[in-house]
Design a protein around this ligand. Structure first.
Ligand SMILES: O=C(O)CCC(=O)C(=O)O
Length: 229
């Protein structure tokens, strides 16, 4: 188990880290059950719910988990925002892999990209992440290249493994992809929370806003960092 200071060092050096045991596995199961009825399949065997706070406001505590907020402030500075208003994904057996990529806002920028962190990705594991259930595949240290990947895969790429209830954190410049689910009967569930620093503009058409009626009932700390409309 790595500590918060260890997580900060790994993010800077390797570009990602896993913090175990942040969420009770029973809560992880509850979040899966609450989200499932609202999820749609944009691709075969892959289910998604965007702007999930609207349908599952019970996810709010994940957005303001103290450990994550401490690391986000270290990475992004004060006043960072919650950009995506929470994505929930479910990767079922047979789900195809994604292409290797880096994330916004870097992928919106000319290269070479800045060396300092311009976003924080957090993937809460609602199930175990295993080598065959669609766990994210990363190329460790690739954020130091400060550019897009030039190949479809790299020999040093590895799946990010962890137990249900862990949180996987990643800098946006790390080359990564959703893995292929080659298992017979195991899905992978994720709550993805994406933070941006206050100086990066959040395009209005990129992620759903939180409905005013939901926004009013969110915890005060979350209202400070999210966008409603
Ligand atoms: O779900 C994952 O493991 C990664 C998702 C991702 O990188 C994306 O949707 O762009």
């Amino acid at each position: 188990m790595i500590c918060v200071d260890g997580a900060k060092i790994r993010l800077a050096e390797e570009g990602y880290c896993v913090l175990e045991g942040l969420l009770d596995p029973a809560e992880a199961d509850r979040f899966s059950e609450l989200s499932r009825p609202f999820m749609k399949a944009p691709e075969p065997n892959f289910y998604h719910l965007g702007g999930a706070l609207n349908d599952v406001p019970q996810l709010a505590p994940l957005c303001i988990h103290p450990t994550i907020l401490e690391i986000a402030e270290h990475e992004l500075g004060e006043g960072f925002i919650l950009a995506n208003n929470v994505d929930v994904t479910l990767t079922e057996p047979g789900a195809p892999p994604q292409g290797l990529h880096a994330d916004v806002p870097l992928s919106w920028m000319p290269q070479p990209w800045p060396a300092f962190p311009t976003a924080l990705q957090v993937f809460w594991m609602l199930t175990d992440y295993t080598p065959d259930n669609g766990a994210t595949v990363v190329v460790p240290f690739s954020h130091h290249a400060r550019r897009h990947p030039t190949r479809a895969s790299y020999p040093q790429e590895v799946p990010v493994l962890g137990r249900k209830g862990s949180a996987f954190l990643m800098r946006p410049g790390v080359w990564h992809r959703r893995g292929e689910n080659t298992s017979r009967d195991r899905h992978r569930g994720t709550v993805n929370i994406f933070y941006l620093p206050r100086y990066i503009h959040r395009p209005k058409d990129s992620w759903p806003l939180v409905k005013q009626s939901v926004y009013e009932k969110l915890p005060a700390r979350l209202r400070e960092m999210t966008s409603s409309g």
